[in-house]
Design a protein around this ligand. Sequence first.
Ligand code: NAD
Length: 494
Amino acid sequence: MNQSDIDTLRSQVLSPRSHFIGGRWVAASEGGQRDVLSPIDGAVLTQIAEGTPADMEAAIAAARAAFEDGRWSRRAPAERKKVLLKLADLIEKHALELAVLGVRDNGTEITMAMKAEPMSAAGTFRYYAEAIDKVYGQIAPTADSVLGLIHHAPVGVVGAIVPWNMPLMIGSWKLAPALATGNSVVLKPAESASLSLLKLAELAAEAGVPDGVLNVVTGSGRVVGEKLALSMDVDIMVFTGSGATGRRLLEYSARSNMKRCYLELGGKSPNIVFNDAPDLSEAAKVSAGGIFRNAGQICIAGSRLLVQEDIHDEFVAELVKHAEAMRVGNPLDLDTQIGAVHSISELESNLDFVAKAEAEGAERRTGDGRILEETGGYYMAPTVMTGVKPTDNLFQNEVFGPVLSVTPFKDEEEAIRLANSTVYGLSSGVWTSNLSRAHRMIAGIRAGVVHVNTYGGSDLTVPLGGVRQSGNGHDKSLHAFEKYLDLKTAWIKL
Ligand code: NAD
């Protein structure tokens, strides 16, 4: 990837996009379109279809028809594998185009986007494609007079709803295992980050995913998202997004066909630094990256720093130094380390969090609020708030922006108590050179992930998911297959 290749793509005019239903590009049934604003400069980038309930019904019907006639669901796993491997190759071939498209849409810095979006998506499709012809059923240990077979059957029609941060990566975490296992999918991207997923649907068709197996409907969550989640003909919902929407999905499920809902929600993840951390300077640098990259818009961001009190001042000073050295700017410039905040409403919400924290007595150690306003884009300086009390709004609630909350602690027991004193349980970090302490912390912290002497970074071999109000589903690893396959018993009298 070099700057001149990015520059060729950054100002390309984008034509308006339609839904992708039944293998065809389809305009919204009432002709509606929605402007897509770029967070880079606040300008209109293009338009997407403003989906209606009728559009969503058409997509669900297409997915159901494709599932029932077996055009994909009854293909041999080895054949599905071939198609999905081809899709992985196509994603890689179009990686820069996909990355730039996504960045123009959602503002992630290009260096991170390239790795975390197309390259990770290609790897995800490859991983599940390679795995699917290695999943066996079971024979039960019955008496000789019967044969008990345990099959893994695809669930049917999967409804997938994803957020605006890392749409290709998160979308692929759901699409790849869902498609590999033979399901049909209706995908509803976020209103403000649909473009790269629409391109993915085009590539899937080129790779040979049959018509109707992957459908994408764009538009409002409250209209098409709700229609999808309320459908009697959708078998499971897989979702990544906010807790408020996750709660609604559970309600829609109860009001419709009681479909299983797998929810990946928000977090307020504690990053805990003990005075015996192996390298405090490294810990400060990684902790700054762990909250500020992608302008803090990462679900697992280490947004709640807990520092042992005797190293608090020294550690915060070092972290502030790193925060101030990070370059905030146009996410399509290769030397940018922190890109744009996704939307003006997110930016306003971030600033509001900081103002409330100050009103509650916290001190702003660095961060000038909105910056680079002259670009028309939405940029915010990385912000460090110290003296945040466990009862404060900033301690308890997810900002989803570049704002770090810092609280001192005395000992291990207090660190665990503080770590667990929000409703969330997504990610966490512990910095210590004491192995026994590391294991006690892993056992004590209620979170889906505990990083030790690092923060962030993982690969497909391990699951990602939360506990408590951070959700109940896990993406990644072979465990993801469990969501998309039902167990079915055959009991045969011999
Ligand atoms: P959001 O809940 O506002 O939107 C997510 C998706 O839900 C969008 O596609 C939206 O259109 C749709 N939606 C909204 N209302 C709906 C409704 N009533 N019915 C059906 N669908 C509806 O979340 P967001 O602002 O796009 O994303 C940010 C949130 O996502 C943060 O809380 C972040 O922590 C979380 N997140 C979690 C993970 C994870 O793996 N746990 C990963 C990324 C983001």
